[in-house]
Structure formats: structure tokens, C-alpha cells
Design a protein around this ligand. Sequence first.
Ligand code: SAM
Length: 268
Amino acid sequence: MRNSVKRYPKKRLGQNFLVDDSVVEDIIRTANLDENETILEIGPGKGILTYALAKRVKRVIALELDMDLCGFLNDHLASFSNVEIIHADALTFDYRGLKDRFRVIANLPYYISVPIIVKLLENKKIIPEMLLMLQKEVANRITSKPGIKDYGSLSIFVQYFSNVETVINVTKDSFRPIPKVASAVVRITPLARPLVEVVNEDLFFRVVKYAFALRRKTLRNSLKALNIPPDRLKDAFRIADVDPLRRGETLSLQEFANLSNSLGTDQK
Ligand code: SAM
């Protein structure tokens, strides 16, 4: 089926199609699908994953930006009454407009994988879980812990809202065209409440942003960008029991929470 689309992949849409059935099987096994559930797929491409999902669940909603592929998918999945191909941009789509709660299973377009994850986390109330194929480097950034090279503001953002783990590693030759980078599937399970208690989320994320903006600098220097009076900053380090000479990359989520909470709630 998938070889019958006589067209060149559109690089600008991140079209590296999965061609390895064993990876599809791994994803399906890992997903532990329920026949009564709804799955949302982003970027169904030529439908290798869509087809596997359609056979196993009650409803598959697939968002595809490429109009040519939408036409192709509608023809080739026509025998499945439970599949709905929607021509849409995953970044602007109104997820709350869908009636059901749904899990997301997708091989994401890599050029926008991070903004899509942010968007999905904004809609976490209706998404109990996501299984996302990503470039390995992004998977590492999302799952990293303090002191590991890839740990950064993206790790903090995702881990604040969810549990994350890498569940499948995928080699480049599983795709056509073969991409430049290796891939991995991550499981993101949004939490009912954030992992740590934060009084002012806006301030928390600004502290995180500046702490990582200048990686080689100490917190004392990098957090000057917050424009908070030096004495107040000094007190916050003391109350939070965080050494100002440390670098952001060594702080745990809890320590970032302690530090931003110690700065007070009235900070803009
Ligand atoms: N799921 C297919 C597979 O595994 O073979 C295709 C994955 S391919 C990496 C990414 C897909 O996302 C492409 O089909 C591409 O056209 C689509 N896409 C790109 N940008 C998109 C967007 N903003 N919204 C929805 N789909 C998009």
C-alpha cells in the first residue's frame, strides 16, 4: 500500500516515512491498546501506523497537513469506517473540540516536534498518555535528569507536567528517506498535578529559562536577568538552600521550585 504513492517526500514537512513493520509492531505492543479507545495520530503520512491502529481501536483521528496525503489516505483506508483523516495543522488544531478523551500515538514531524509536545501538554486534561516518535536528541532532552548533558529547560517543562520515559530506540534505516538522526519513542504521561508545588508558574519558568540561557554561568550571574533586587535574590538562595555558585544544569525540579517559591509570589 505505502509504495503506491508516486511522489517525492516533502522535506519541508518532515516526511521521513516509517517502513519497518517491526517498529510498528513494537509501538503497538508498547501502546497496549484497548479496543474501546480513541487514538489521535499526528502526521499519518502514508498510513503505516494508522492502518495498524485502525485494526485495533474504536476510533482513529489522524491530523495531516499535506493535502495530497489526505487524499491518498482517504482512498487507502476507505474500508475502515473508524478512521477520520483531518486536513489540519497539528500546531493550531483545536484538540478540545474533539468529544472524546484520547491517547496520542504518532511519528511526529521532527521539525516541529517540540512545539507539538508543548501544545499537547497544554491540552493534557483530555490526553491521558502520548507515545511519540521523536529525534533521539529531543527524546534525550525530554527525559534527562540533572547533571546529564541534555538536561535543560525542555526537560524541566515536560517533567514538571508529566512522567516521561524512552520506551523504544529506532535506527535511521527504519525510515525512507533515511533521516540524518536516530529516533526514539517516548511515553509521556501527564500528571493530575505538577510533580512539585510551585506558587508562581510564570516566575518558575522564567527562573528555569534564565538558569539555562547562559549554561556556563553560575546561578548568581545568570539570574541577574530576572531584574530582582540583589538582596532579595541572595535571600532566596539562602531560604531555598541553593548555593548561588552552582550552575542551572545541576538543579533538580524540586530545587528550581524551592528557588522560585523563595523569590515570592509578587514577582512579575
Ligand atoms: N506517520 C507516518 C510514518 O510514520 O510513516 C509519517 C511520519 S512523518 C515523520 C511526519 C508526517 O507529519 C508527514 O506525513 C507530514 O506531512 C506530517 N506533518 C508535517 N507537518 C504537520 C503539521 N503541522 N500538522 C500535521 N501533520 C504534519
